[in-house]
Design a protein around this ligand. Structure first.
Ligand SMILES: *Cc1c(COP(=O)(O)O)cnc(C)c1O
Length: 372
Protein backbone atom coordinates (compact mmCIF):
# COMPACT_ATOMS: atom_id res chain seq x y z
CA UNK A 1 0.00 0.00 0.00
CA UNK A 2 1.30 3.48 -0.86
CA UNK A 3 1.01 5.87 2.03
CA UNK A 4 -1.01 9.01 1.23
CA UNK A 5 1.03 12.13 0.70
CA UNK A 6 1.38 14.55 2.35
CA UNK A 7 0.66 12.72 5.60
CA UNK A 8 -1.77 15.37 6.78
CA UNK A 9 -3.79 15.11 9.98
CA UNK A 10 -6.91 13.07 9.21
CA UNK A 11 -9.36 15.87 9.99
CA UNK A 12 -7.56 18.35 7.70
CA UNK A 13 -7.69 16.22 4.56
CA UNK A 14 -9.66 17.71 1.69
CA UNK A 15 -10.31 21.00 3.48
CA UNK A 16 -10.12 24.16 1.37
CA UNK A 17 -8.03 26.97 2.90
CA UNK A 18 -10.20 29.83 4.19
CA UNK A 19 -10.39 32.97 2.12
CA UNK A 20 -12.54 35.06 -0.16
CA UNK A 21 -11.53 35.15 -3.84
CA UNK A 22 -8.67 37.67 -4.28
CA UNK A 23 -9.11 39.07 -7.78
CA UNK A 24 -7.02 41.72 -9.53
CA UNK A 25 -8.38 45.22 -10.09
CA UNK A 26 -8.61 44.38 -13.80
CA UNK A 27 -10.84 41.41 -13.02
CA UNK A 28 -12.95 43.32 -10.49
CA UNK A 29 -12.46 47.10 -10.39
CA UNK A 30 -14.98 47.53 -7.54
CA UNK A 31 -13.87 45.39 -4.58
CA UNK A 32 -16.48 45.24 -1.85
CA UNK A 33 -15.86 41.77 -0.46
CA UNK A 34 -13.53 41.80 2.56
CA UNK A 35 -14.68 44.85 4.55
CA UNK A 36 -11.53 46.86 3.99
CA UNK A 37 -11.51 50.62 4.42
CA UNK A 38 -11.51 51.91 0.82
CA UNK A 39 -9.53 55.01 1.77
CA UNK A 40 -5.78 54.44 1.97
CA UNK A 41 -3.38 56.44 4.14
CA UNK A 42 -2.52 59.98 3.05
CA UNK A 43 0.85 60.66 1.44
CA UNK A 44 1.95 62.19 4.75
CA UNK A 45 0.95 59.16 6.85
CA UNK A 46 2.52 56.79 4.32
CA UNK A 47 5.76 58.81 4.42
CA UNK A 48 5.82 58.73 8.23
CA UNK A 49 5.28 54.96 8.22
CA UNK A 50 8.08 54.57 5.67
CA UNK A 51 10.37 56.72 7.82
CA UNK A 52 9.60 54.64 10.92
CA UNK A 53 10.22 51.40 9.06
CA UNK A 54 13.49 52.85 7.73
CA UNK A 55 14.63 53.58 11.27
CA UNK A 56 13.70 50.06 12.37
CA UNK A 57 15.60 48.62 9.39
CA UNK A 58 18.92 49.82 10.81
CA UNK A 59 18.67 47.34 13.68
CA UNK A 60 16.95 44.41 12.00
CA UNK A 61 19.91 42.23 13.00
CA UNK A 62 18.39 42.30 16.51
CA UNK A 63 15.20 40.62 17.67
CA UNK A 64 12.33 43.05 18.31
CA UNK A 65 11.00 44.03 21.74
CA UNK A 66 9.29 40.77 22.70
CA UNK A 67 6.86 42.55 25.01
CA UNK A 68 6.26 45.47 22.57
CA UNK A 69 6.06 47.83 25.54
CA UNK A 70 5.72 51.06 23.61
CA UNK A 71 3.05 49.69 21.30
CA UNK A 72 1.02 48.36 24.23
CA UNK A 73 1.14 51.80 25.84
CA UNK A 74 0.03 53.54 22.64
CA UNK A 75 -2.78 51.02 22.05
CA UNK A 76 -3.97 51.45 25.65
CA UNK A 77 -4.09 55.21 25.13
CA UNK A 78 -6.01 54.77 21.89
CA UNK A 79 -8.56 52.45 23.56
CA UNK A 80 -9.07 54.97 26.37
CA UNK A 81 -10.04 57.47 23.69
CA UNK A 82 -12.29 54.99 21.86
CA UNK A 83 -14.92 53.73 24.30
CA UNK A 84 -12.64 52.40 27.06
CA UNK A 85 -11.64 53.99 30.34
CA UNK A 86 -8.72 53.17 32.61
CA UNK A 87 -7.17 50.68 30.19
CA UNK A 88 -3.50 50.30 31.13
CA UNK A 89 -0.67 48.82 28.99
CA UNK A 90 -0.65 45.57 31.01
CA UNK A 91 -4.30 45.08 29.94
CA UNK A 92 -3.33 45.13 26.25
CA UNK A 93 -1.99 42.34 24.06
CA UNK A 94 -1.34 42.37 20.30
CA UNK A 95 -0.48 39.98 17.49
CA UNK A 96 -0.41 39.76 13.69
CA UNK A 97 -4.09 40.54 13.18
CA UNK A 98 -6.90 39.88 15.63
CA UNK A 99 -7.24 36.47 14.03
CA UNK A 100 -3.89 35.59 15.60
CA UNK A 101 -4.95 37.14 18.90
CA UNK A 102 -8.04 34.91 18.97
CA UNK A 103 -6.10 31.82 17.93
CA UNK A 104 -3.74 32.51 20.85
CA UNK A 105 -6.77 32.80 23.16
CA UNK A 106 -7.95 29.37 22.01
CA UNK A 107 -4.41 27.98 22.41
CA UNK A 108 -4.33 29.21 25.99
CA UNK A 109 -7.93 28.70 27.08
CA UNK A 110 -9.32 26.05 24.70
CA UNK A 111 -7.91 22.60 24.03
CA UNK A 112 -8.94 18.95 24.23
CA UNK A 113 -12.00 18.39 26.42
CA UNK A 114 -12.89 22.08 26.30
CA UNK A 115 -15.68 23.81 24.40
CA UNK A 116 -15.69 27.02 22.33
CA UNK A 117 -19.16 28.43 21.74
CA UNK A 118 -20.62 31.04 19.41
CA UNK A 119 -24.05 31.89 18.00
CA UNK A 120 -24.67 31.34 14.29
CA UNK A 121 -24.52 33.01 11.88
CA UNK A 122 -21.08 34.02 13.12
CA UNK A 123 -17.54 34.64 11.85
CA UNK A 124 -16.41 31.68 9.78
CA UNK A 125 -12.84 31.65 11.15
CA UNK A 126 -13.90 30.71 14.70
CA UNK A 127 -14.48 27.02 13.99
CA UNK A 128 -11.02 26.94 12.41
CA UNK A 129 -9.33 28.19 15.60
CA UNK A 130 -11.27 25.49 17.45
CA UNK A 131 -10.23 22.78 14.99
CA UNK A 132 -6.59 23.85 15.09
CA UNK A 133 -6.47 23.75 18.89
CA UNK A 134 -8.52 20.53 19.28
CA UNK A 135 -11.24 22.50 21.03
CA UNK A 136 -14.83 21.23 20.66
CA UNK A 137 -16.80 23.70 18.54
CA UNK A 138 -20.46 24.35 19.33
CA UNK A 139 -22.97 26.92 18.15
CA UNK A 140 -26.25 28.25 19.44
CA UNK A 141 -28.48 30.20 17.10
CA UNK A 142 -29.45 33.80 16.63
CA UNK A 143 -33.06 34.92 16.26
CA UNK A 144 -34.68 35.67 12.89
CA UNK A 145 -33.46 39.31 13.07
CA UNK A 146 -29.93 38.07 14.04
CA UNK A 147 -30.21 39.33 17.62
CA UNK A 148 -29.50 37.03 20.58
CA UNK A 149 -32.25 35.49 22.66
CA UNK A 150 -30.61 36.29 26.00
CA UNK A 151 -32.33 33.65 28.12
CA UNK A 152 -31.65 30.90 25.62
CA UNK A 153 -28.02 32.07 25.26
CA UNK A 154 -27.49 32.06 29.01
CA UNK A 155 -29.03 28.61 29.37
CA UNK A 156 -26.77 27.29 26.62
CA UNK A 157 -23.66 28.69 28.34
CA UNK A 158 -24.72 27.25 31.71
CA UNK A 159 -25.42 23.91 30.08
CA UNK A 160 -22.37 23.56 27.80
CA UNK A 161 -19.93 25.33 30.16
CA UNK A 162 -17.67 26.66 27.38
CA UNK A 163 -14.07 27.61 28.11
CA UNK A 164 -14.36 30.34 25.47
CA UNK A 165 -17.45 32.19 24.22
CA UNK A 166 -16.85 34.07 20.95
CA UNK A 167 -19.18 37.00 20.34
CA UNK A 168 -18.48 39.21 17.33
CA UNK A 169 -20.07 42.62 17.92
CA UNK A 170 -20.88 44.04 15.44
CA UNK A 171 -21.36 40.52 14.14
CA UNK A 172 -19.85 39.37 10.86
CA UNK A 173 -21.65 38.64 8.52
CA UNK A 174 -24.86 40.22 9.84
CA UNK A 175 -23.67 43.61 11.21
CA UNK A 176 -25.61 43.14 14.45
CA UNK A 177 -24.19 44.74 17.62
CA UNK A 178 -24.77 43.16 21.02
CA UNK A 179 -26.33 45.22 23.81
CA UNK A 180 -24.12 45.54 26.92
CA UNK A 181 -26.74 43.61 28.96
CA UNK A 182 -26.09 40.58 26.75
CA UNK A 183 -22.34 40.76 27.26
CA UNK A 184 -22.71 41.27 31.02
CA UNK A 185 -25.14 38.37 31.34
CA UNK A 186 -22.94 35.97 29.37
CA UNK A 187 -19.85 37.01 31.39
CA UNK A 188 -21.75 36.16 34.57
CA UNK A 189 -22.98 32.87 33.12
CA UNK A 190 -19.42 31.92 32.08
CA UNK A 191 -18.15 32.73 35.59
CA UNK A 192 -20.76 30.50 37.27
CA UNK A 193 -18.98 27.13 36.82
CA UNK A 194 -15.52 25.70 37.40
CA UNK A 195 -13.01 26.65 36.09
CA UNK A 196 -15.14 29.21 34.25
CA UNK A 197 -14.93 30.54 30.71
CA UNK A 198 -13.70 33.70 29.07
CA UNK A 199 -16.06 35.79 26.95
CA UNK A 200 -14.41 37.26 23.87
CA UNK A 201 -16.24 40.20 22.30
CA UNK A 202 -14.72 40.59 18.84
CA UNK A 203 -15.05 44.29 18.04
CA UNK A 204 -13.22 44.18 14.70
CA UNK A 205 -15.86 46.64 13.46
CA UNK A 206 -16.31 48.48 16.76
CA UNK A 207 -15.39 51.91 15.40
CA UNK A 208 -18.24 51.74 12.88
CA UNK A 209 -20.99 51.24 15.48
CA UNK A 210 -23.89 53.67 15.35
CA UNK A 211 -24.24 56.50 17.85
CA UNK A 212 -25.72 55.14 21.07
CA UNK A 213 -24.29 51.63 20.62
CA UNK A 214 -21.79 51.19 23.49
CA UNK A 215 -18.51 49.26 23.27
CA UNK A 216 -17.91 46.24 25.50
CA UNK A 217 -14.73 48.07 26.59
CA UNK A 218 -16.97 49.89 29.07
CA UNK A 219 -17.65 46.62 30.89
CA UNK A 220 -14.00 45.58 31.36
CA UNK A 221 -13.82 46.88 34.92
CA UNK A 222 -16.80 44.76 35.98
CA UNK A 223 -16.00 41.36 34.47
CA UNK A 224 -12.53 39.91 34.78
CA UNK A 225 -13.38 37.11 32.30
CA UNK A 226 -14.22 39.62 29.54
CA UNK A 227 -11.84 40.05 26.59
CA UNK A 228 -12.45 42.71 23.93
CA UNK A 229 -10.54 42.29 20.66
CA UNK A 230 -9.96 45.05 18.11
CA UNK A 231 -8.00 45.33 14.89
CA UNK A 232 -6.25 47.93 12.77
CA UNK A 233 -7.48 46.09 9.64
CA UNK A 234 -10.90 47.69 9.24
CA UNK A 235 -11.71 51.22 10.44
CA UNK A 236 -8.00 51.96 10.86
CA UNK A 237 -7.36 51.30 7.16
CA UNK A 238 -4.31 49.14 7.83
CA UNK A 239 -5.30 45.62 6.78
CA UNK A 240 -1.97 45.12 5.03
CA UNK A 241 0.06 45.74 8.19
CA UNK A 242 -1.51 42.85 10.18
CA UNK A 243 -2.01 44.24 13.66
CA UNK A 244 -4.79 43.12 15.99
CA UNK A 245 -5.04 43.49 19.75
CA UNK A 246 -7.14 42.91 22.83
CA UNK A 247 -7.96 44.50 26.14
CA UNK A 248 -8.55 42.28 29.18
CA UNK A 249 -7.50 41.61 32.74
CA UNK A 250 -3.66 41.62 33.00
CA UNK A 251 -3.77 37.96 34.09
CA UNK A 252 -5.29 37.03 30.72
CA UNK A 253 -2.56 38.93 28.81
CA UNK A 254 0.01 37.21 30.96
CA UNK A 255 -1.45 33.77 30.20
CA UNK A 256 -1.19 34.36 26.44
CA UNK A 257 2.54 34.98 26.78
CA UNK A 258 2.91 31.26 27.48
CA UNK A 259 1.59 30.24 24.03
CA UNK A 260 2.81 33.06 21.78
CA UNK A 261 5.73 32.37 19.51
CA UNK A 262 8.92 34.20 20.49
CA UNK A 263 9.15 37.70 18.98
CA UNK A 264 5.88 37.20 17.11
CA UNK A 265 5.48 40.93 16.38
CA UNK A 266 8.27 41.99 14.06
CA UNK A 267 10.15 45.26 14.48
CA UNK A 268 8.69 46.34 11.14
CA UNK A 269 5.14 45.63 12.32
CA UNK A 270 5.70 47.46 15.59
CA UNK A 271 7.18 50.50 13.85
CA UNK A 272 4.35 50.55 11.32
CA UNK A 273 1.63 50.31 13.96
CA UNK A 274 3.24 53.00 16.13
CA UNK A 275 3.51 55.37 13.18
CA UNK A 276 -0.08 54.64 12.17
CA UNK A 277 -1.28 55.36 15.71
CA UNK A 278 0.36 58.79 15.48
CA UNK A 279 -1.95 59.37 12.50
CA UNK A 280 -5.00 57.79 14.13
CA UNK A 281 -7.27 60.80 13.70
CA UNK A 282 -6.51 60.99 10.03
CA UNK A 283 -6.64 57.22 9.32
CA UNK A 284 -9.99 57.02 11.09
CA UNK A 285 -11.10 60.25 9.44
CA UNK A 286 -13.30 58.57 6.85
CA UNK A 287 -15.19 56.37 9.33
CA UNK A 288 -18.05 58.88 9.60
CA UNK A 289 -18.36 59.05 5.80
CA UNK A 290 -18.47 55.25 5.66
CA UNK A 291 -21.19 55.12 8.32
CA UNK A 292 -23.29 57.60 6.31
CA UNK A 293 -22.71 55.54 3.17
CA UNK A 294 -23.64 52.37 5.08
CA UNK A 295 -26.92 53.83 6.32
CA UNK A 296 -27.76 55.07 2.81
CA UNK A 297 -27.00 51.60 1.41
CA UNK A 298 -29.41 50.00 3.92
CA UNK A 299 -32.14 52.48 2.93
CA UNK A 300 -31.56 51.98 -0.79
CA UNK A 301 -31.58 48.17 -0.58
CA UNK A 302 -34.86 48.30 1.37
CA UNK A 303 -36.32 50.57 -1.31
CA UNK A 304 -35.56 47.80 -3.78
CA UNK A 305 -37.85 45.55 -1.75
CA UNK A 306 -35.01 43.48 -0.32
CA UNK A 307 -34.54 42.15 3.22
CA UNK A 308 -31.68 44.02 4.89
CA UNK A 309 -30.09 43.36 8.29
CA UNK A 310 -29.54 46.35 10.60
CA UNK A 311 -25.82 47.16 10.50
CA UNK A 312 -23.39 48.68 12.99
CA UNK A 313 -20.46 47.66 10.77
CA UNK A 314 -18.98 48.71 7.42
CA UNK A 315 -20.92 46.12 5.47
CA UNK A 316 -24.54 45.23 4.84
CA UNK A 317 -26.17 41.78 4.62
CA UNK A 318 -29.07 41.68 2.20
CA UNK A 319 -31.27 39.14 0.44
CA UNK A 320 -32.98 36.93 0.03
CA UNK A 321 -32.30 35.49 -3.37
CA UNK A 322 -33.50 32.14 -4.67
CA UNK A 323 -30.10 31.83 -6.39
CA UNK A 324 -27.63 34.05 -4.59
CA UNK A 325 -24.69 32.70 -6.52
CA UNK A 326 -26.28 33.91 -9.77
CA UNK A 327 -26.66 37.41 -8.29
CA UNK A 328 -23.06 37.38 -7.00
CA UNK A 329 -21.83 36.25 -10.44
CA UNK A 330 -24.00 38.84 -12.23
CA UNK A 331 -22.42 41.58 -10.13
CA UNK A 332 -18.93 40.24 -10.78
CA UNK A 333 -19.64 40.16 -14.53
CA UNK A 334 -20.24 43.91 -14.14
CA UNK A 335 -16.96 44.41 -12.27
CA UNK A 336 -18.39 44.47 -8.73
CA UNK A 337 -17.01 41.87 -6.32
CA UNK A 338 -19.06 41.25 -3.17
CA UNK A 339 -19.17 38.28 -0.78
CA UNK A 340 -21.28 35.18 -0.99
CA UNK A 341 -21.59 34.48 2.71
CA UNK A 342 -24.12 34.30 5.52
CA UNK A 343 -27.28 32.22 5.69
CA UNK A 344 -28.69 30.77 2.48
CA UNK A 345 -30.03 33.39 0.11
CA UNK A 346 -28.13 36.35 1.60
CA UNK A 347 -25.18 38.34 0.24
CA UNK A 348 -22.82 40.76 1.98
CA UNK A 349 -21.53 44.00 0.51
CA UNK A 350 -18.72 46.04 2.10
CA UNK A 351 -19.17 49.79 2.19
CA UNK A 352 -16.84 51.48 -0.28
CA UNK A 353 -16.44 55.01 -1.58
CA UNK A 354 -19.43 56.94 -2.92
CA UNK A 355 -18.41 56.05 -6.49
CA UNK A 356 -18.01 52.38 -5.65
CA UNK A 357 -21.44 52.25 -4.02
CA UNK A 358 -22.98 53.96 -7.04
CA UNK A 359 -21.41 51.26 -9.24
CA UNK A 360 -22.78 48.59 -6.89
CA UNK A 361 -26.30 50.06 -7.01
CA UNK A 362 -26.24 50.27 -10.80
CA UNK A 363 -24.94 46.73 -11.19
CA UNK A 364 -27.47 45.28 -8.73
CA UNK A 365 -30.33 47.11 -10.44
CA UNK A 366 -29.26 45.58 -13.76
CA UNK A 367 -28.83 42.10 -12.32
CA UNK A 368 -32.23 42.12 -10.63
CA UNK A 369 -33.89 43.37 -13.84
CA UNK A 370 -32.12 40.73 -15.90
CA UNK A 371 -32.86 37.86 -13.54
CA UNK A 372 -36.44 39.02 -12.87
C1 LIG B 1 -12.02 41.18 9.65
C2 LIG B 1 -12.36 40.53 10.95
C3 LIG B 1 -11.40 40.41 11.95
C4 LIG B 1 -10.03 41.02 11.80
O1 LIG B 1 -9.11 40.23 11.27
P1 LIG B 1 -7.56 40.66 11.30
O2 LIG B 1 -6.89 39.37 11.52
O3 LIG B 1 -7.37 41.61 12.44
O4 LIG B 1 -7.31 41.29 9.99
C5 LIG B 1 -11.75 39.83 13.15
N1 LIG B 1 -13.00 39.41 13.37
C6 LIG B 1 -13.96 39.51 12.45
C7 LIG B 1 -15.33 39.07 12.77
C8 LIG B 1 -13.66 40.06 11.20
O5 LIG B 1 -14.61 40.15 10.28
Amino acid sequence: MTPSFPPLREELRGIEPYGAPQLSLEQAPVQLNVNENPYGPSAEAAADIARAVGEAAVSLNRYPDREFVELRARLAAYLCSSGGAGITPDMVWAANGSNEVMLQLLQAFGGPGRVALSFAPTYSMYPEYARDTHTTWETGHRAEDFSLDLDAARRLVEDRRPAVVLLPSPNNPTGTALPPEAVAMLCEAAASYEPGGIVVVDEAYGEFRRAGTPSALELLGEHRNLVVTRTMSKAFALAGARLGYLAADPAICDAIRVVRLPYHLSAVTQATALAALRHATELLGRVDDLRVERDATVVWLREQGLDVAESDANFVLFGRFADRHAVWQGLLDRGVLIRETGPDGWLRVSVGTGDEMAAFRQALTDVIKEQG
